[in-house]
Design a protein around this ligand. Sequence first.
Ligand code: SF4
Length: 109
Amino acid sequence: MRLDPLDDNPWHTAAACRRDEAALFFAPSKEPTAARLAREEHAKQVCAGCPVLLSCREHALAQPEPYGVWGGLTAAERRVVLARRRRRTAELRAEAQLVPAQRGRRIAG
Ligand code: SF4
């Protein structure tokens, strides 16, 4: 596991990656693309069988963790998820602002 051993979050203790080398989850410097893709795929296979995948993923998104495979997602995939969440939040806020305005129009009309 790659988290602070003094941190007592309970999900850490059930992590499947406790048994794996950290090198599987983090890129060495100057890693060729084909090697990175293969390593990330292998890491994702470990994550797929992990009982705390969702907790790990949410942790990595909340930090956000800038490197490595966490919760079955690469850093690039997490950036996409975060961008989608920001966009969806903005849409919901915009909708929430429209609803009172539309109500006002109905009352006035
Ligand atoms: S989901 Fe993957 S990175 Fe997260 S704790 Fe499990 S094995 Fe480790």
